[in-house]
Write a protein that binds this ligand. Structure first.
Ligand code: SF4
Length: 263
């Protein structure tokens, strides 16, 4: 079994408490119940999935998320969650301790003006920074996901200085990709070409040699992930388009088949 086969990004909701203009979440799909989520999870477990990144939308808006993580963890799954940080309170972290291996926090800039253009709420950068020590205090790995776009390219040095000081475990620099409805609509505002993105990434690697910095381009994003959409469809993404391969709520989906067919 190949390593990639075991890894899933589960977009468990498209609902969010923020309204980023570069967002590449799914268009409206209704959230599922705990029973429906459990059915999908058992399907994934049956075919050997052992790493799940719970994403959104805002994953922490799902009221039974902790139950899903708890069950997955009991079956040997490494859970990670993507969050914008707003709901990542001390209480939430106490629940996550022991059932979640890593928190991926979104932070694109420390510059309030850039964040405003990107659609972030006022003060978001300070809120996210305040979550980093909380995550570490609870013994979880902490990664920061930053979307590099035409609006924040000049902000990465200041951001890198701060993240280095905070001692995060991983910094993922994701190239803005016009994928799905909102990001496609705002493509002109955020697009950056691949050369500028590569220069940014290489410059950061040179400036912060001791930091674990990872480039996430569209190609890497697509190759590395099977997706589960909010309504349970299992999909792969190719050339910024989603291809649905089945829905465990209708019929068991063999992710082994999916993996070998997707390349
Ligand atoms: S980018 Fe993330 S935080 Fe922003 S609206 Fe989309 S899901 Fe929410």
């Amino acid at each position: 079994m190949q390593e990639n086969l075991k890894k899933v990004c589960w977009v468990i909701t498209n609902k969010c408490n923020q309204h980023c203009k570069f967002c590449f979440s799914f268009a409206d799909e209704k959230d599922l119940s705990l029973n429906e989520h459990m059915k999908i999870l058992n399907n994934l477990l049956e075919f050997g999935v052992n790493k799940i990144t719970w994403s959104g939308g805002e994953s922490l808006l799902i009221p039974h998320l902790m139950k899903l993580l708890n069950y997955a963890n009991s079956k040997g799954v490494l859970n990670k969650i993507n969050t914008n940080g707003q709901l990542l309170t001390s209480e939430a972290l106490i629940e996550l301790r022991g059932i979640c291996g890593q928190i991926n926090l979104s932070l694109n800039s420390l510059n309030p003006q850039s964040n405003k253009i990107m659609g972030k709420p006022q003060g978001n950068e300070l809120l996210v920074l305040s979550r980093i020590p909380l995550v570490k205090m609870n013994g979880l790995r902490i990664a920061v996901n930053s979307v590099a776009s035409g609006q924040n390219l000049n902000d990465f040095n200041e951001l890198g200085d701060k993240l280095e000081e905070e001692g995060i475990d991983e910094w993922k620099i994701m190239k803005f990709t016009a994928m799905r409805h909102i990001s496609k609509k705002n493509r002109d505002l955020f697009d950056i070409d691949y050369v500028r993105y590569q220069e940014l990434y290489q410059g950061l690697q040179q400036k912060y040699p001791s930091m674990n910095i990872r480039a996430v381009t569209q190609k890497e994003f697509e190759c590395n992930n099977l997706l589960v959409s909010p309504n349970g469809q299992i999909a792969i993404t190719k050339d910024a388009e989603d291809y649905v391969l089945g829905n465990p709520l209708e019929k068991e989906v063999d992710v082994n088949d999916i993996y070998f067919n997707k390349n």
